[in-house]
Design a protein around this ligand. Structure first.
Ligand code: C2E
Ligand code: MG
Ligand code: MG
Length: 274
């Protein structure tokens, strides 16, 4: 039974989530990811929800409720399907076919043995090769069915899809997870970026990068907000950067305008996709 909090019921919100998925009321925003040369290398799909046609509900509010109630499976699958569709339109407009698409998948979705088939089918329909997709694992609850999740990730990787451990360094996304999960990329959480280049933050950051390199993982740094942070991070190239400095999450049409204004370069020859 979902608890009553903040003056409104989680059960009601969970029902509204399912209803909004059925009515196509969610939106997908995209946030740019760039390499150290500031060239666009990827887009992260992020769910947006204007609840009941009124205010925007923050993902930090509705994603945990969707996870708890299980509606994240319908929502996450809808977001993935919509993101693939948008990616196709993006590449038609920008004549590019090497920008990667990152999509957040809840561990609830990964528990299903049918997920790899579902993902493979939608990628084929959108004409996206598997290496263009990065599955970001977001874990906001204690995982019960760990073996099924690991098996699913192995299958996705055997299809050529890459796996990123999101929010690395905080909460459930810890060092022990890195040893247990088959991943290609870590996304260093914004909390580690925030205080760069203060000496204590630099030490911490340095340690995380070293671990990633030892595990032969690619790195995406989240929460890059200032030029000072970006310039400091250059010494760790190759890596990808994501944050408000490089672009906020935007609807597809706004993103296309943003890129057309040449605020960022789409680089078709980039052979460094992360
Ligand atoms: P995330 O996957 O780590 O996504 C990055 C979050 O950081 C996004 O928040 C983004 O707007 C925010 N962000 C990006 N750059 C900056 C920056 O420079 N400064 C600051 N302060 N924040 C920045 P958002 O969109 O509110 O999403 C929050 C979380 O909700 C996501 O974190 C992800 O865990 C979850 N989420 C969002 N969409 C989905 C989805 O479709 N499925 C699942 N399972 N989870 C999702
Ligand atoms: Mg993410
Ligand atoms: Mg993150």
């Amino acid at each position: 039974m979902l608890m009553q909090t903040d003056g409104f019921s989680k059960t009601v919100m969970s029902r509204d989530i399912l209803e909004s998925v059925l009515k196509n009321e969610f939106e997908v925003y995209f946030q740019p990811q760039v390499d150290e040369k500031m060239e666009l290398v990827g887009l992260e799909a992020l769910a947006r929800w204007r609840r009941a046609g009124t205010e925007w509900a923050p993902p930090s509010r509705f994603i945990p409720i969707a996870e708890e109630s299980g509606s994240i499976i319908a929502l996450g699958n809808w977001i993935f399907s919509k993101a693939c569709h948008s990616m196709r339109s993006f590449q038609t407009d920008f004549f590019t076919n090497d920008i990667s698409l990152s999509v957040n998948f809840s561990t609830r979705q990964l528990e299903s043995s049918r997920l790899p088939g579902f993902i493979g089918g939608l990628l084929a329909k959108a004409d996206l090769p598997p290496w263009r997709l990065t599955v970001e694992i977001t874990e906001s609850r204690v995982v019960e069915n760990f073996e099924a999740i690991v098996a699913c990730l192995h299958e996705l990787r055997s299809m050529g899809i890459r796996v990123a451990l999101d929010d690395f360094g905080v909460g459930h996304s810890s060092l022990s997870r890195l040893a247990e999960l088959p991943v290609d990329i870590i996304k260093i959480d914004a909390r580690f970026t925030r205080n760069l280049p203060r000496p204590s933050a630099c030490l911490m950051f340095d340690g995380i990068v070293k671990i990633a390199r030892d595990f032969k993982l690619n790195i995406v740094v989240e929460g890059v907000e200032t030029w000072e942070q970006r310039n400091f991070l250059l010494q760790y190239a190759p890596l990808s950067l994501q944050g408000y400095l490089l672009g906020k999450p935007m609807g597809l049409e706004t993103l296309k305008e943003f890129l057309t204004k040449d605020e960022m370069t789409v680089h078709p020859e980039s052979n460094y996709n992360y």
